[in-house]
Write a protein of this length. Structure first.
Length: 330
């Protein structure tokens, strides 16, 4: 009788189903950030569409993975799936890291994503650079602006001497007007602003709230910086190879959904971030269109140099740049 009772208890304690594949997901962002919120929806979607055969446990807030080294960390197996940002890497991943800067002047993020995805399909080098992982999602954003600690930017002379956290593709234009662009993960930017190591950061409205930048900046100057697309979620290569074809197909089929949902949530957070910044006392100022136009001219020479540098590596930098500019109507 005791044996029967024990077996019944074990049976009742067991879950109604057990996943065939228990996977981990790692992100440097919190679940409340738009990227994390999109990830949480995506995880639920993958689990549902695989009929419970896949179970994904998320680790948020940099518990397992960083922004700068995310590709290497994921390829090394710190997690099964992860948020990656090759644009923040110090070196390597050259096409993935540098091509986003070629989208200067674009204002429609969905157009950026469409053009980028065509390039991704046409040029295998993008995937080849990320050979240790399999990409299952992309990021694209609305234009970013200047958040500043101590004073606004109203003219390009105001950039002189400023140290600004920047994506690598903005460093050249900043330097053209006397500012120093510094590449670092967004997760490291708050303390650098707080301590005065940085004078400012190029970021979207939503970061005033989601990354608490409204606590450490006093001004938001609307000098637009267009944002290209880049691979942002991936599966460890060995894990990907271990998954059956039908489950891999579910991940691939949801890549576009994840990319667009990330954009949708990021856009929804923009107005919320601006409202939050105003409530925190951040001063917003529009920049004269003539100043914006002058600033945009600084992107072309730097990006042409970037493209030629890619050419020298045996990669199609100038060819890709020409296609991006043609799609923009240049």
């Amino acid at each position: 009788m005791l044996r029967t009772t024990t077996l019944i208890a074990v049976f009742l304690a067991a879950p109604a189903w057990a996943a065939d594949f228990n996977l981990t997901y790692a992100s440097p962002y919190t679940e409340s950030h738009p990227y994390g919120a999109a990830d949480a929806e995506w995880i639920a979607r993958i689990e549902e569409q695989t009929d419970g055969r896949v179970d994904i446990t998320p680790y948020w807030g940099g518990a397992l993975i960083t922004s700068r080294e995310g590709v290497d960390e994921l390829a090394a197996g710190v997690a099964d799936i992860g948020y990656i940002a090759p644009i923040y890497a110090r070196s390597g991943y050259d096409m993935n890291r540098l091509v986003p800067g070629m989208f200067y002047g674009y204002t429609d993020p969905e157009k950026v994503l469409d053009v980028y995805m065509d390039l991704w399909e046409e040029y295998p080098v993008f995937e080849e650079e990320l050979s240790g992982v399999h990409v299952v999602g992309f990021n694209v954003g609305t234009p970013m602006h200047l958040m500043l600690r101590d004073k606004p930017v109203t003219s390009l002379d105001d950039l002189e001497g400023l140290r600004i956290r920047s994506a690598v593709d903005f460093i050249g234009p900043l330097a053209a007007f006397g500012a120093e662009g510094v590449t670092m993960p967004m997760t490291e930017t708050y303390p650098s602003l707080e301590k005065g190591v940085l004078h400012g950061v190029i970021a979207p409205y939503e970061a005033l709230k989601s990354l608490s930048f409204a606590e450490v900046v006093g001004f938001y100057s609307e000098l637009p910086h267009s944002r290209g697309a880049y691979p942002s979620r991936a599966v460890n290569g060995d894990v990907w190879s271990s998954l059956p074809e039908d489950i891999r197909q579910v991940f691939d089929d949801n890549a576009e959904w994840l990319s667009l949902r990330t954009l949708e949530l990021a856009q929804a957070a923009e107005e919320e971030g601006k409202t939050y910044g105003e409530a925190e006392g951040v001063v917003f100022n529009a920049v004269d269109p003539a100043v914006v136009e002058e600033y945009s001219t600084a992107f072309a020479p730097a990006i042409e140099d970037v493209a030629e540098g890619l050419d020298a590596m045996g990669k199609p930098g100038s060819e890709v740049l020409a296609k991006i500019r043609a799609a923009h109507g240049d």
